[in-house]
Write a protein that binds this ligand. Structure first.
Ligand code: NAD
Length: 287
């Protein structure tokens, strides 16, 4: 049976993509964030992304941005999530923030609602421990940009039930996506490898071993990757990279995850990457 109403928490880089994708696959979406300004910006971004996607895919039958926005309710009020059959959480990668959100969701949403955490590194078992429905909490690690990426890393927490996994797979299929199911561990498979690679690439830059372009070119030209690690870091957001590597450092108590000082400095200086126009590279047209 089709899941009709999906709550999306967090309207940043990932929440915007998840909400857009869900609306494009015919779902009713309730998108919640903490300020009207952020939600206004999300509306603008979705409008631009839908236009760009139509142009890129040359799809004459594509739905208009107005129709897609029409299926999304933008709100700062969690109360509207009481009608959500499924919730995908995409808030800032900070435990203190996520902890508060799951306690609220648990109090507001119907008992049967499944919660999917789109976290980069925080343990799903830890997130589930804040709720009274640990069997219905799952990890759904979407790739960026969400509407263009067909594969999702799905994470089974310690208590996640087979029913919750089946429901999550069903929703992903409705969104036109497949998944790879892995067991819970901070950073899962993708980010235990990727965050170390990016952090080490930033150390190379800090140690003046090579320039930004040279580091990335080794990966694109020698290994055939679509993007080098520094351009990937800009796409993800340097703040999110720092928060994720800090989560790995705290979770494993292992110094191999210590964040590079240059990464910290760039985040302190407000260089977040593509989302605000300046990271390792400069971007025009950022909002
Ligand atoms: P972002 O900084 O762009 O957006 C985070 C949003 O969460 C912000 O709009 C913020 O206002 C909102 N928020 C903070 N507290 C909130 C609250 N109490 N209630 C509702 N909203 C709240 O970050 P992002 O890149 O969209 O990342 C979101 C999540 O997705 C993180 O956990 C991140 O690790 C994960 N993730 C990111 C990527 C990526 O490429 N950026 C990929 C996969 C997963």
């Amino acid at each position: 049976m089709k899941i009709q109403v999906v709550g999306v928490v967090g309207a940043g880089v990932m929440g915007i993509g998840v909400a857009q994708n869900l609306s494009q696959t015919g779902h009713q979406v309730i998108l919640v964030d903490i300020s009207e300004d952020i939600l206004e910006n999300a509306k603008k971004e979705i409008r631009n992304n839908v236009r760009f996607q139509g142009f890129f895919q040359k799809n004459q039958q594509a739905e208009s941005p107005d129709n897609i926005l029409h299926r999304i309710k933008f709100s700062t009020n969690y109360k509207f999530l009481e009608s959500a059959e499924f919730v995908i959480e995409n808030a800032t990668e900070k435990w203190d923030i996520k902890k508060g959100i799951y306690a609220q969701l648990d109090a507001i949403c119907p008992e049967k609602t499944v919660f999917a955490a789109n976290t980069s590194a925080i343990s799903i078992t830890r997130i589930a421990s804040v709720t009274k429905r640990a069997d219905k909490v799952i990890g759904m690690h979407f790739m960026n940009p969400v509407p263009m990426k067909p594969m999702v890393e799905m994470i089974r927490g310690y208590h996640t039930s087979d029913d919750a996994i089946a429901t999550a797979k069903e929703l992903l299929a409705q969104m036109g996506k497949e998944c790879i199911l892995v067991n819970d561990s901070p950073g899962f498979v993708s980010n235990r490898v990727l965050m170390l690679t990016i952090n080490e690439a930033i150390f190379l830059l800090q140690d003046r071993v090579a320039s930004v372009e040279e580091v990335d070119k080794i990966f694109t030209s020698c290994f055939g990757h679509k993007m080098g690690p520094l351009e990937t870091a800009d796409l993800i957001g340097l703040d999110t990279i720092l928060f994720s590597i800090e989560v790995l450092y705290e979770s494993f108590n292992d110094s191999k995850y210590r964040p590079c000082p240059l990464l910290k400095k760039m985040v302190d200086a407000g260089l977040y990457g593509r989302k605000n126009g300046q990271g390792f590279y400069t971007y025009s047209g950022a909002t």
